[in-house]
Design a protein around this ligand. Structure first.
Ligand SMILES: [Zn+2]
Length: 205
């Protein structure tokens, strides 16, 4: 069952240890200093380790269903990871990577009957409410899910500012928060454009 993973690891080892790139030995000797911290969904299709084709040492990664960021709470996995990345390492770009066709967001919209899952995703209710306001009762179900995906990425970006490490890094001008969406159907990467108040393809920039 694990054969696919082992084959992938062999290819990785060849590329980064054995082919003279010297990348991993260098990262081990000098340590890591990634520029990016990426918060993404657990979805297997929008994995930043795949879609950005990164070299080892490129970014810190944190995963949560729907890429949902709760308001700050001391002692959570995300709070500790952000503290490490922003205060002890000088990460400069904080990316929230949502994606279309997100099962977690659909579960929120459809009020999934699973207490374990809903007790996490329900923290994003405000994003759903914003999407419902945008829809004003004339959206299709698919449009409501799509708007909710967008609103939750924006809500998560706002919530990030409540983390002391993020607030400190923002105040120092060290970090930029970027709400992104991977549109899986069109294969576009979208970024929220403040001036147009909507998500625009990054490849158009
Ligand atoms: Zn998802």
């Amino acid at each position: 069952m694990t054969q696919k993973l082992i084959e992938g690891f062999r290819a990785f080892k060849k590329e980064t240890y054995e082919n003279g790139s010297g990348l991993m030995p260098r990262l081990i000797k000098d340590g890591q200093s990634p520029d990016y911290f990426i918060i993404s969904c657990i979805d297997s299709r929008s994995n930043p380790g795949t879609i950005f084709r990164p070299d080892p040492g490129t970014f810190f990664a944190h995963k949560a269903m729907g890429a949902i960021v709760r308001p700050y709470k001391k002692g959570t996995a995300l709070a500790a990871a952000l503290q490490f990345a922003l205060i002890h390492n000088k990460v400069r770009e904080l990316i929230i990577l949502g994606h279309t066709g997100c099962g977690a967001i659909k579960a929120l919209v459809d009020r999934i009957n699973d207490d374990e899952i809903s007790s996490f995703i329900d923290v994003a209710q405000q994003g759903l409410q914003h999407a419902q306001m945008r829809c004003a009762n004339v959206c299709t179900h698919d449009e409501l899910v799509r708007y909710t995906e967008e609103e939750i990425v924006l809500e998560s970006a706002r919530n990030l500012k409540s983390y002391p490490s993020v607030a400190k890094a923002l105040e120092a001008g060290q970090v930029t928060i970027r709400p992104w969406i991977f549109d899986m159907e069109s294969g576009e990467l979208l970024e929220y454009c403040e001036d147009q108040k909507k998500f625009c393809p990054i490849t158009d920039h």
